[in-house]
Design a protein around this ligand. Sequence first.
Ligand code: V47
Ligand code: SF4
Length: 360
Amino acid sequence: MNSSLFDRALEKGARCERLTREEAFALAEAITPQRLHRLGEAALANRQTRFGDKASYVFNVQINPTNICGSGCTFCNYAASKNAPHAYVLTEAEIFDKIDRLSPTEVHIVGGLNQIWPYARNLELVRGLRQRFPDVHIKCYTAVEIEYFAKTSGLTESTVLDQLKAAGMDAMPGGGAEIFSERLYQKHWKNKTSPENWVRIHQMAHGKGIPTNATMLFGFGDTWTERIEHLLILRRAQEVTGGFAYFIPLPFQPGAGNFIAKGPTPLETLAVLAIARLVLDNLPHLKSYWPMTGLATGAAGLSWGADDMDGTISEERIAHLAGAATPVGLAREMMAETIRMAGFTPLERDGVFTFQGGAA
Ligand code: V47
Ligand code: SF4
């Protein structure tokens, strides 16, 4: 164990300074009880310099138009084949009705890869949402969907992004990145977007003025080296195009009959958040995504580097079909109260992180 490298990484990280590649890898040696506390402390100092005692959330709704998908990612409990008992397809009327009823600040749209909701229908959905709800922040479609829309419509990815932006897309979510490892890509999601293409499509979006998020799925057989490499790849990509707004680590949800019995422990999840905060010095925001971490760990994540808890997420399905034990949606007041109880000042934000005040 290289103590001096680890110590230097903590000191620099706590001051929000850039870590070298070696220092970043040294942080993974933090996974001992004594070192974990020091790691958390450095990440807390970093996030306090950036955000003080503030922690944000957004009043949002997830729309998953259908879960029909033939991609076969091994970790996914959300996807269904067409005739499976848990397959469902929403209509435009149901989606519009839901947004009308809930009046969220942000709509987060993602679905499976299928021809029931093909590209043209999704494009019309975004147009329809924008017409009906001019002020709603529309964060829609992962790089995986953009690649699939292009392949199945005969258009280029660039045209698909242009058309979606013109229709009303404000930002892209960070899903589908999984973990940037060729080894795991071949094993777990080889039928969809590769790590290189995921980064390329996000950078293309940045070039068009579309901000995007980035995720990392962890705890499904990945190593600490692969996790740190993922963070370094993102840091490099951000240097070039600068359009990543939020980083969201996603702890694996084992679900019924999945190939690994247990997801990461709460402490492992907190360590991932802390290391992400210290390594990603050029990525503004870090989300503690409570539907997957659990609410208590999600709230604790605010002391381990995170500054945002995503949102109220009425009717989230991806984590819940994989067995997540968290409630399906959290009321606005409960979100604010959770943040307060974790020792932070809650701030309701819009989709692009402009604080709205008021909720504190
Ligand atoms: O792309 C699938 C992951 C992602 C499982 O951008 C799983 O603001 C854990 O990307 N266990 C979708 N994860 C969720 C997502 C997201 C969530 C919240 C906010 C944002 C944002 C993005 O969920 C998928 C995949 O990587 N996933 N199955 C599972 N069993
Ligand atoms: Fe389909 Fe996405 Fe699930 Fe993969 S993770 S099977 S692409 S819905």
